[in-house]
Design a protein around this ligand. Sequence first.
Ligand SMILES: C[S@@+](CC[C@H](N)C(=O)[O-])C[C@H]1O[C@@H](n2cnc3c(N)ncnc32)[C@H](O)[C@@H]1O
Length: 265
Amino acid sequence: MVILRENSDVPLRPNDPALYERLADEWWSPRGKFAMLHWLAAARAELVPPATREGAVLVDLGCGGGLMAPHLRGKGYHHVGVDTSPSAVRQAAAHGVHAVRGDVTAVPLRDGCADVVAAGEILEHVEDLPRAVAESCRLLRPDGLLVLDTLADTAVCRVLAIGVAERVPGMAPRGVHDARLLVDRAELARECARHGVRLQVRGVRPSLRGVAGWLARRRESVPMVPISSTAVLFQGRGRRTGGDSADVPRAAVEPGHAGPAAAED
Ligand SMILES: C[S@@+](CC[C@H](N)C(=O)[O-])C[C@H]1O[C@@H](n2cnc3c(N)ncnc32)[C@H](O)[C@@H]1O
């Protein structure tokens, strides 16, 4: 097993939850080790429409430090977060999220409580993907919306998202990902469909012009732009309609959901 270190002499294994305690001070630093999570949170929030009813709830699974909070402001949701990390829950709460400690594979919230479930950069951290998807869908009201982003289980993703990104400051902290847990796109679509959510996906990447501006300190954030391939980083979106769909249409595992996004550069 690869032994990794992050600001400490104590070794960490890949995807070790202790990493989030060590990096607790990094959550809200736009140029820190979680910088790219800020960009992704903004892009994820763009997929969330304004609430259509009083008291609408958005459940943010694996909410981390609550980075979606500023991007959801004004959309009319009660923002509920769930995370295993005590320091992340504290930080999310300090940013206005009703954050609770809990595991995304056994969420301590009732069935159908959510108008929107956001699962941002969490599915590639769980050992039991079907369970996490089942929980995400269980929380949705009928016609509720699931939005997610995650990393694909492909060779190119292992090279770019782990081999390269974990060595570039701001992209991903060293050791945050375990290659074993990268997400099989067909399995994800199948599990969503099983629980009544027909997932549409599209690949995204940081805007190259944006990254150049960020590196030159001309800008604080970087837009994510859509790309044709879902082989590395991808977003997914789907509404809960029914359940136990045996057939997953090809469109559900191929790129193609239309949604707001910056123009590609
Ligand atoms: C890469 S961070 C993403 C945080 C946030 N969604 C964002 O995009 O800014 C992953 C988060 O998931 C949390 N996490 C990992 N495994 C979890 C699990 N099984 N249940 C709940 N939270 C988990 C970690 O503590 C961490 O805060």
